[in-house]
Design a protein around this ligand. Structure first.
Ligand SMILES: *[C@@H]1O[C@H](CO)[C@@H](O)[C@H](O)[C@H]1NC(C)=O
Ligand SMILES: [Cu+2]
Length: 229
């Protein structure tokens, strides 16, 4: 029967996508570099040299950030800096958000300080999905206005939901004072249409169980495939 072969293929695909990446930044375009070094600050193996990367336009009145999470759960910090080596001065652009459910996650309207228009910088993601802080960055040109609708480029996975959740480890990656008046108040984010409020105590365990869930599912599929023979 052809089914065993396709079941095997599906199982292998599941295993490989589970093992590949903790998370991936899909938009803005991530830095070139060694994407396997995701635990390396500040940019997870990406080369943090502003002149050695192609910058993507990022609209300060709202642009989208598309992430793919390989874990069942994760907290995201979206930050940015004008430092040409991404060495510091990080500002938080969006409240820390907790994604539940593996797959695509997109925030369609992330804003940046309006005085950054015309400058280059880095947009950085700090991720915490239960296995240490992970990083990714994009080189960006801050431009005025808001982005045209990204349409199908900005999507949430069908099983993904999100809610605002504090994460002190991630908060430590941005300027110490959130009330320092010196930088604008425009980082206040729109309230997300949070669909569910998960008990946060259960979330880290979900993250850690995911790989085993993948293996178990693969095992079940193999059994089903064998039974069909
Ligand atoms: C994805 O989910 C988040 C959290 O609920 C929400 O803020 C965002 O608008 C969603 N993205 C899209 C493209 O619908
Ligand atoms: Cu991971």
């Amino acid at each position: 029967m052809a089914s065993l072969r396709s079941v095997l293929a599906t199982g292998l695909l599941l295993l490989s996508t589970t093992a590949n990446a903790h998370f991936e930044l899909h938009h803005p375009t991530p830095l070139t570099g060694d994407q396997s070094k995701q635990a390396t600050a500040p940019c997870g193996g990406g080369n943090p040299e502003i002149d050695q990367n192609t910058a993507t336009d990022f609209h300060v009145e709202g642009d989208y950030v598309q992430i793919f999470n390989g874990h069942a759960q994760g907290h995201w910090l979206i930050r940015a800096t004008l430092d040409p080596k991404a060495a510091g001065d990080w500002e938080q652009l969006f409240p820390i958000v907790q994604q539940t459910g593996r797959g695509n996650f997109c925030e369609p309207a992330v804003t940046a300080p309006s005085e950054w228009v015309g400058k280059k910088g880095f947009l950085g993601i700090g991720g915490n999905a239960g296995d240490g802080i992970l990083y990714a960055c994009a080189a960006v040109n801050f431009v005025s206005g808001s982005a045209p609708s990204p349409g199908g480029a900005c999507v949430n996975g069908s099983s993904v939901s999100a809610s605002f959740q504090p994460d002190e480890t991630l908060s430590a990656l941005v300027g110490s004072s959130s009330d320092s008046g010196s930088t604008g108040s425009e980082t206040t984010a729109p309230a997300p249409a949070a669909t569910t409020s998960q008990p946060s105590a259960a979330a880290p365990m979900m993250g850690e169980r995911l790989p085993f869930g993948g293996f178990a599912l693969t095992g079940v599929m193999l059994l089903v495939g064998a039974a069909l023979l």
